[in-house]
Design a protein around this ligand. Structure first.
Ligand code: 5GP
Ligand code: ZN
Length: 144
């Protein structure tokens, strides 16, 4: 009887510590109910074209150009509007990754467009910062 009680207590303690650790650990990098966090953790599938320890890049589900790739940080932050000084390196990394993918895809010399929609007037619909990399056609300016 004592052994069973002891076992249950240990089990409860283990699960409590495990879930507290997970919650604490993920707090600053993941956001619950964020579509792109789910793409990062694989809950929602995507066609990945690149990944490293800072970001992942995958094909947009509704492409607006022959190549339309989203480059997103593994760390969740809502938008450029919410970026802080500590995000400087991450933001630079996203841009350099987009440039490297454009070179790798072979359209960097012809040119391409990098877009960072921010908040409602900027046309942002997914609130996990992301860089659009669009290539393979001529773009006009200003965009609509
Ligand atoms: P935004 O409008 O926020 O700048 O861009 C969000 C982008 O995410 C859109 O281009 C949209 O097509 C894309 N998107 C939305 N849901 C999904 C999805 O489930 N998978 C992929 N790969 N892209 C998505
Ligand atoms: Zn997110």
């Amino acid at each position: 009887m004592f052994a069973a009680g002891h076992f249950l207590f240990c089990l409860f303690t283990f699960y409590f510590c495990f879930f507290t650790f997970r919650l604490y650990n993920n707090h600053s990098v993941m956001s619950e109910n964020c579509l792109f966090c789910k793409i990062i953790d694989g809950t929602i599938p995507s066609a990945r074209v690149f990944e490293d320890d800072v970001c992942i890049a995958f094909n947009d589900i509704s492409p607006q150009a022959p190549t339309h790739i989203l480059v997103i940080p593994r760390e969740h932050f809502d938008s450029l509007d919410k970026a802080e000084t500590g995000h400087k390196e991450t933001l630079g990394h996203l841009l350099l990754t987009a440039a490297a993918i454009a070179r790798e895809k072979g359209f960097s010399e012809d040119g391409y467009r990098v877009v960072l929609n921010t908040n409602a007037d900027g046309g942002q619909t997914v609130f996990h910062l992301h860089v659009h990399l669009l290539g393979g056609r001529q773009f006009i300016f200003p965009p609509g």
